[in-house]
Design a protein. Structure first.
Length: 518
C-alpha cells in the first residue's frame, strides 16, 4: 500500500518509480510538445528525492533511473533509424536502443556522485546553489564525454520564454542553470521556512527581471542588406535515397524544385541551399549534376550550396561535405583541391564510422550503413557565399554550442544542412529544430536550415522562425535573412564562464561550509 511513509523512505521502490516518471516527463518539455511546466517539475522532483539521506549506492541508482526515464522518453527516436532505415530487425533495434539509454543514463550518475558530498549542507543551500550547479556540470559532461550527446539540455526548452534572453551571455548551459535554480526554488517554497521561501521567491524575481533586461540588448547589428535565400526540401524517401537504382529520380526531385516556372523564388535568390547528402554520391561521380548546376548558378547570378561526399584525391579520405557552386568557382577544381568545400568535423559514431572497429566490425552485418568510413574534417569552418562568410554545419553539428562559435565572429550567418529523414515520423526533427534556434540566439546570427524532409527553416538572430514548411513534403522555403556582425558574450567565452561559475559555487558551498566560512 502506498503511504506517506513509503514516499519519505529513501529506500522505497516508489522513489525509483517517481524518479523514472520524472525523467520521462522532462522529455515532454521539449519540442514538439513543448509542455514547459515539466522543465521545472521534473528536476524539482529529482532534487526533492536527492534531499533524502541515503547511501552513495542508492543515490547513484536513483540518478541512473531518472536518466533512463529521460533518454527513453526523449531519445527513443534512434529506434526509427536503426530499424526502419538501418535494416536491423525490431528486437535487435530495441536492444540497441536499450543499450544506448542505459549508457546515457549512467552519465546522470555524475549528479548522484557529486550530490553525495553535500548531504550535510542546509536544504536551502542545496536547492538554490548546489543542485543547480551539479545539474549543469552533468549536462556539460555528457555534452563531450565519448564524443558527446548534447541533446535534451534543459535550457533548450526555454527558447520561447523570458529566460532565452540569457543565452547570448551564458549559452544554453546557463539557461539550464536558471531553470534548475527555479526548480530548486519551487521545492523550497513548498517545504522551506518563511525566510527560505522569501529568499527563493526573491531569486526567481531577480532572474525574471534580468531576463527582461537582457532581452532589450541588441548584441549584433546588420552587416549588409538582407539576402533572399531558398532552401530545398526534397522529401526523398530514405529507403531509396542510397540506391543507385533511384539515383536519377532522387536528384530530379531537387532539380524540379529549381524549376523557375514552378518556384520563381528560387531564381530570384542570392543563395540556394540543398540539404545534407542531397547528392547521395561522391562529388567526382556527380559531375552530370554539378556542371549544369554551375551553369544555372552563373546565369541566375546566385550561389548554391550542395550536400554530397567529398573525396581527398591524395588520401582517398571520404567526407560528408557541402560544396559552394556559382560565380567564378570551378566545380572540377573544387572537387580536385577541396576549395569551396566544408565537411563535417563532428561525426556520428556507429553511423558515419564505427569506433573500435576491430572489435565491433560485426555491426556492419546488423545495420546497413551507406557510408561507415567517413573521415572528420580538419579544414576551415566558413564558406563565403552570396558575398558573405557563413559558418557551415552538417547534421547534428549544430547541437554542439561551443563548437559552433568556431568561425565567429567572422561569419555573418549560420547554415545547417541536415538529413533528419533518418528519423521520419519521430520527435527528433522537431527537437533538432529547437536546438538550431538556440544556436541562432546564442550567436546573434540568422541560421538557414535545409533538410531533406523537415524541419527546414529560416531562423532570425533572436531564435525566432521567420519561414518554414510542413515536414515530409517536397517544397521550397524562401525568405529574407540579414547578415549580422558583432559578438555576443557567449561567442567570446564559450561555456567556460558558466562552467567556472558552477565549479566555484559547488566548491565554495562544499569546502566553505565545512570550514565554517558560510
Amino acid at each position: 500500500m502506498l503511504s506517506f511513509r513509503n514516499v519519505c523512505d529513501p529506500l522505497s521502490k516508489f522513489n525509483y518509480l517517481l524518479a523514472l516518471l520524472a525523467g520521462a516527463s522532462m522529455a515532454l518539455a521539449f519540442a514538439p510538445l513543448e509542455w514547459r511546466v515539466f522543465a521545472w517539475l521534473a528536476p524539482a522532483v529529482f532534487f526533492w528525492l536527492n534531499l533524502k539521506p541515503m547511501p552513495l549506492k542508492q543515490r547513484l541508482r536513483l540518478s541512473w533511473v531518472f536518466g533512463v526515464g529521460l533518454f527513453a522518453g526523449g531519445a527513443h527516436w534512434i529506434y526509427v533509424s536503426i530499424h526502419f532505415f538501418g535494416g536491423a530487425n525490431a528486437l535487435i533495434a530495441a536492444l540497441m536502443v536499450a543499450i544506448f539509454v542505459v549508457i546515457m543514463a549512467l552519465l546522470l550518475m555524475v549528479f548522484g556522485w557529486l550530490a553525495s558530498y553535500t548531504a550535510h549542507l542546509p536544504v536551502a543551500l542545496r536547492l538554490l546553489v548546489v543542485f543547480p550547479a551539479i545539474w549543469v556540470l552533468t549536462e556539460w559532461f555528457r555534452g563531450w564525454f565519448l564524443t558527446g550527446f548534447p541533446w535534451l539540455q534543459l535550457g533548450s526548452t526555454q527558447i520561447d520564454t523570458w529566460l532565452a534572453a540569457y543565452a547570448p551571455v551564458t549559452g544554453v548551459l546557463g539557461v539550464s542553470w536558471l531553470v534548475a535554480l527555479g526548480a530548486g526554488a519551487a521545492v523550497l517554497v513548498l517545504m522551506g521556512t518563511l525566510r527560505e521561501r522569501v529568499m527563493a521567491l526573491v531569486l526567481v524575481g531577480v532572474t525574471v527581471a534580468g531576463g527582461f533586461g537582457l532581452g532589450q540588448i541588441r548584441w549584433t547589428q546588420p552587416a549588409g542588406e538582407p539576402l533572399f535565400v531558398s532552401m530545398l526540401q526534397g522529401n526523398v524517401d530514405q529507403l531509396t535515397k542510397w540506391s543507385q537504382e533511384f539515383r536519377n529520380e532522387n536528384i530530379q526531385a531537387y532539380l524540379d524544385l529549381m524549376d523557375g516556372d514552378k518556384y520563381p523564388n528560387v531564381e530570384a535568390s542570392h543563395l540556394v541551399i540543398w540539404p545534407e547528402t542531397a547528392l547521395a554520391d561522391f562529388f567526382p561521380q556527380s559531375l552530370d549534376v554539378m556542371l549544369p548546376l554551375q551553369a544555372w548558378a552563373r546565369e541566375a547570378k546566385a550561389d548554391v550550396l550542395v550536400g554530397g561526399f567529398h573525396v581527398n584525391r591524395d588520401t582517398e579520405a571520404v567526407y560528408n561535405a557541402v560544396m559552394a557552386v556559382g560565380g567564378e568557382r570551378d566545380v572540377e577544381k573544387s572537387i580536385n583541391t577541396g576549395e569551396n568545400v566544408y565537411a563535417k568535423r563532428h561525426l556520428v559514431p556507429f553511423s558515419e564510422y564505427i569506433p573500435f572497429l576491430k572489435y565491433l566490425d560485426f555491426l556492419k552485418s546488423i545495420i546497413k550503413l551507406p557510408f561507415d568510413n567517413v573521415t572528420a574534417w580538419d579544414g576551415g569552418t566558413n564558406l563565403t557565399v552570396a558575398g558573405q562568410p557563413m559558418r557551415i554545419s552538417v547534421c547534428y553539428e549544430d547541437a554542439y554550442a561551443e563548437e559552433m562559435i568556431a568561425g565567429l565572429p567572422a561569419a555573418t550567418m549560420l547554415v545547417n544542412v541536415s538529413n533528419d529523414g533518418w528519423f521520419t515520423g519521430s520527435i527528433e526533427p522537431a527537437q533538432h529544430a529547437e536546438i538550431a534556434r538556440m544556436r541562432a540566439l546564442e550567436t546573434g546570427r540568422y541560421l538557414l536550415r535545409a533538410t531533406n524532409n523537415g524541419v527546414s527553416a529560416i531562423i532570425d538572430d533572436k531564435g525566432k522562425v521567420t519561414a518554414t514548411a510542413a515536414p515530409q513534403i517536397a517544397t521550397v522555403i524562401s525568405g529574407y535573412a540579414t547578415p549580422m556582425q558583432g559578438e555576443t558574450l557567449y561567442m567570446r567565452v564559450g561555456n567556460w564562464l558558466v562552467i567556472s561559475l558552477m565549479l566555484v559555487l559547488f566548491g565554495v558551498s562544499l569546502l566553505g561550509w565545512r570550514g565554517k566560512f558560510l
